[in-house]
Ligand binder design. Structure first.
Ligand SMILES: O=C(O)CCC(=O)C(=O)O
Ligand SMILES: [Fe+2]
Length: 188
């Protein structure tokens, strides 16, 4: 399956980027992984500046592969207090780094805050979310932490616990879930 090959390659490169063995993330997620997909249809909007297609969020899983329709810009990523438009490239997929990758990497990688804006014309995008099964335990990879300068930033949790917190949070604010699992070293 093509998407499986792409994931395997990405996980290999991301493991190397962390200074780990190439198969580290792959073997962590092997037999613990899960794919889901979502198609988005953003209808034509007469006053696009007055609404959002998707409000700012972090993706929940590990990595997201996004296919964007050509000719219309909708995806914005947050970078240094600004929104940057990600122009569709017919020969490229967009890969978004999601929350569980940030936690596994002990914040060496950062999940990306993003949103989708509307346009006067319709837009379609297709997202494939790659992540852990619900019962997988998530915690900073021990090889990336120590007891001095690289202390683990998050305590272990199951992906299901993360999802429950996500589902229980309401309101329009950006949902900051991983932050609730941060270890407070001041009170230990
Ligand atoms: O439509 C887009 O470009 C963004 C979709 C998205 O962020 C998501 O499905 O999580
Ligand atoms: Fe997203």
């Amino acid at each position: 399956m093509e998407i499986g090959r792409l994931m395997s390659r990405l996980l290999g490169l991301m493991s190397q980027g962390l200074g780990l063995r190439e198969d580290h993330l792959r073997s962590l997620l092997e037999n613990n992984d899960d794919y889901s997909a979502q198609a988005h249809y953003y209808p034509p909007c007469p006053q696009p500046e007055r609404t959002l297609g998707l409000r700012p969020h972090f993706d929940l899983k590990v990595l997201t592969v996004l296919l964007q329709e050509e000719g219309v810009v909708g995806l914005h990523v947050r970078n240094q207090e600004r929104w940057i438009a990600v122009h569709p490239n017919p020969d490229a997929l967009v890969i978004n780094l999601a929350d569980q990758m940030q936690v596994l990497s002990n914040d060496k990688y950062k999940s990306v805050l993003h949103r989708a804006v509307n346009n006067k014309r319709k837009r379609v995008s297709f997202a494939m979310f790659y992540g852990p099964k619900k019962d997988m335990s998530i915690q900073p990879i021990p090889e990336l932490t120590d007891e001095t300068t690289n202390r683990p930033i998050y305590s272990p949790y199951t992906f299901n616990e993360y999802l429950e917190k996500y589902n229980n949070l309401q309101g329009d604010e950006i949902r900051m879930i991983k932050e609730t699992f941060k270890i407070n070293y001041d009170i230990i």
